[in-house]
Structures are given as structure tokens and as C-alpha cells.
Design a protein around this ligand. Structure first.
Ligand code: TMP
Length: 204
């Protein structure tokens, strides 16, 4: 089973991924946890290029191609083999992030991204948790971090990204939207319930 977590910066994805990993470990299910961009030696180098601030204009299409080179490498070397072995894969961001950040946030064609995704035969999550917070709360939550290239974007940009995630959630039954202002415990209860339900269905 392939589970992804999505949301703008500061939404609490990392905390929830940690809790889910601990829960699944206790159940003896040892999930494979990955992040994007990154997760392979080549992918981590791409991540570095992607997140490092530069004076040069960073073309949004270059962003998409970099993201998909990292994604292809991760899918081939980690995700597909793990799924084939019957493991649970948990991704800290995946393809919906490209739709939200590059299509909605930076006006790259959604069709181009969808075509690239399909031509590269990339795996698709069975379940996606979109932890939704406002761009204002996001800015406040990450204000004490030294910002990388993407975190330096404007509140307006993150509004567009949020609406991209909302559109992804509206277009797919596999995406569960979770109110990110709820407590860590309540958010995790919802995640645990949805994952347990999906696991039971897949074992029937
Ligand atoms: P993070 O892993 O620390 O959240 O940083 C990843 C950054 O990359 C984050 O700002 C979102 C951005 N990103 C995209 O713009 N498009 C993508 O497809 C992915 C996976 C990430």
C-alpha cells in the first residue's frame, strides 16, 4: 500500500508521518518512509539543486523536469520494489505536490504534468492525506526556520498552491482532506482510522 502526505509548509506532515511510522512499526508492518524531492542518492542531489536559492531565473518547467527525474529514480529504485515486496510506503509529498506547486502555483500546464507522469509509468498512491492550513498560518509556523528557495515564496503563491491541493482532493476519492488546525492527536486518529480501514480492505 502506498500512502502520501501533502500540504503546504508547516502543515504538520512530518509529525503525522512520524506517528504513523511508529504505529505501523508497533503493528509489525515496518513501513518504508520516503521524501520528495529526494529519497535516493541522485534524488537528494536533485533536492539540493531544487531547494537552493539562486539569482538565476528558475524556469517552472525546469522545476517539473527536476522533480520528475527525482521521482522516476525514487519510483524505480525504492517505491516499486517495496510495493512488490508487499511493504507499506509512506511518502512525504508526491505527485499532487507538482500539480499544486508547479501547475497551480507557477502556471505549468496540468496536461503536460499528467502526460509526463503517465509516460514515465510512475506509481500512484492508494491513499493521500492532504493536511490543510491557511497560507497565513503556514507563514507563522515556519517563521523561525531559515527559509529555502520554495519557503521564500509569497503568501499569494501559497494560496494558489492550497487551491491546487483542494482541486486534487475534489478530483479524487483517494485524497482525504484533514483540517490542519485540529490537535495532533485528533489528526492522527483520523489518519489511523483511514489507514486501518484501507489495510483491512486490502487484506480481505
Ligand atoms: P520539504 O520536503 O521540506 O517540504 O521541501 C520540499 C519543497 O519542494 C516544498 O517547498 C514543496 C516543494 N515541492 C514542489 O514544489 N513540487 C513537488 O512536486 C514536490 C514534491 C515538492
Amino acid at each position: 500500500m502506498f500512502i502520501s502526505f501533502e500540504g503546504i509548509e508547516g502543515s504538520g506532515k512530518s509529525t503525522q508521518i512520524k506517528l504513523l511510522r511508529e504505529f505501523l512499526n508497533q503493528e509489525g508492518l515496518s513501513p518504508v518512509v520516503i521524501r520528495e524531492p529526494g529519497g535516493t542518492q541522485i534524488g537528494e542531489k536533485v533536492r539540493d539543486i531544487f531547494l537552493t536559492k539562486t539569482d538565476e531565473h528558475f524556469d517552472p518547467l525546469t522545476e517539473v523536469l527536476l522533480l520528475y527525474s527525482s521521482r522516476k529514480q525514487l519510483d524505480t529504485n525504492v517505491i516499486k520494489p517495496a510495493l512488490k515486496d508487499g511493504k507499506i510506503v509512506i511518502a512525504d509529498r508526491f505527485a499532487d505536490a507538482t500539480v499544486a506547486y508547479q501547475a497551480y502555483g507557477k502556471n505549468v500546464s496540468k496536461d503536460f504534468i499528467a502526460q509526463l507522469h503517465s509516460d514515465l509509468e510512475i506509481s500512484n498512491p492508494d491513499l493521500t492525506f492532504f493536511i490543510d492550513i491557511s497560507p497565513e498560518l503556514s507563514k507563522a509556523r515556519i517563521s523561525d526556520r531559515e527559509s529555502d528557495r520554495m519557503e521564500s515564496e509569497s503568501t499569494e503563491f501559497f494560496s494558489k498552491v492550497r487551491s491546487g491541493y483542494q482541486a486534487c482532493a475534489n478530483n479524487s476519492e483517494k485524497v482525504i482532506t484533514i483540517e490542519g488546525t485540529d490537535t495532533i492527536e485528533n489528526i492522527f486518529l483520523k489518519i489511523k482510522e483511514a489507514v486501518t480501514k484501507k489495510l483491512n480492505v486490502s487484506m480481505e
